[in-house]
Design a binder for this molecule. Structure first.
Ligand code: SF4
Length: 307
């Protein structure tokens, strides 16, 4: 039964697991076609993978070693006995299918691991990869996380994403039709996107067969192309204040199909990496503020969803 104004990650996961599960990130060392020259060498203008890879994910370590280090990192949470291995860094379906199978099977064979979350680009999910994921999904919890980032092709071009929105729609529909749980990532506040464009994106995502949506505010991260642009002219990339962003998150939530889990609204890269925005809030403090504002507005997921 849904108990909050939106379908939260813990509520969604209770459909699959009686106990709470903890995510542990790994970095198998795959590359990304937007960095290795297949599409481009520059990468997305906002991207600096180091800023969102936990310190315990050392690329040279095996998956088993990284998971062990992750378990030590989360040792202060003894209540968690089941784990989802999160293939997080770069594009985690960007390798021959037999190589992927070896890595995924290694992760699934570790004691306590009950499933995988696999982050990748929408243009890196050929049929044979989806067949592998569909096959694993018969016995395990498998979530394919696709970086959609924007539904506007002019934005995708501006951030050098290297694929268009149609590619995301195609990947989402193919995965869904094969019975694979699918999440989409969106970045809120990309250059050139005002409130109306962002809400247009919410309406488009609301009608796609995704199981989960992960949102986060645009962050300007050191050593990225976007940081160069921002530092040269901060007014070229307007950023939302925390309160503006909270209201926008609620507007998005109200447009979404109530069956879509909203895994997160916010993400904070470490201070050492982030140039802006500096909201001085921990993620849980943000969520408290968001929930207070949801209550104040009497808002709920799906209120403005139109079939
Ligand atoms: S955000 Fe993802 S797709 Fe873009 S350059 Fe970074 S790793 Fe590659």
């Amino acid at each position: 039964m849904k108990t909050s104004a939106y379908l939260t990650y813990p509520e969604f996961m209770r459909r699959y697991f009686a106990q709470r599960v903890q995510k542990i990130s790994v970095n198998p060392g795959f590359s990304c076609p937007n960095r290795d020259g297949k599409i481009s060498v520059g990468g997305c203008t906002f991207c600096n993978n180091s800023s969102f890879s936990p310190d315990y994910c050392l690329q040279g370590d095996s998956i088993t070693e990284q998971v062990k280090k992750g378990l030590q990192f989360f040792a202060h949470k003894p209540d968690y006995k089941q784990f989802i291995v999160y293939f997080q860094s770069f594009s985690n379906t960007y390798a021959p299918v037999d190589v992927l199978q070896k890595y995924y099977n290694e992760a699934l064979s570790i004691e306590g691991v009950v499933g995988l979350s696999i982050g990748t680009r929408p243009d890196c999910v050929p049929q044979e990869v989806l067949e592998l994921l569909a096959d694993l999904s018969k016995k395990h919890f498998i979530l394919l996380e696709l970086g959609v980032e924007s539904t506007h092709n002019d934005t995708l071009q501006r951030i050098n994403r290297g694929h268009d929105f149609e590619t995301s729609v195609d990947a989402i529909c193919r995965a869904h039709n094969m019975g694979i749980l699918t999440a989409a990532h969106l970045i809120i506040g990309l250059p050139g996107e005002d409130r109306s464009k962002i809400l247009e994106s919410a309406d488009k995502m609301a009608h796609l067969p995704i199981d989960m949506l992960k949102l986060h505010q645009l962050q300007i991260i050191k050593n990225t192309a976007m940081a160069k642009q921002f530092l040269a002219d901060p007014s070229s990339i307007p950023l939302f204040s925390c309160d503006e962003y909270i209201d926008l998150c609620i507007d998005i939530m109200e447009r979404l199909n109530p069956n879509i889990c909203i895994e997160r609204f916010v993400s904070q890269s470490p201070d050492t990496w982030r140039i802006a925005p500096n909201w001085q809030l921990k993620n849980y403090e943000f969520v408290h503020r968001l929930e207070a504002r949801i209550k104040e507005r009497g808002a709920f997921q799906g209120r403005l969803f139109q079939i």
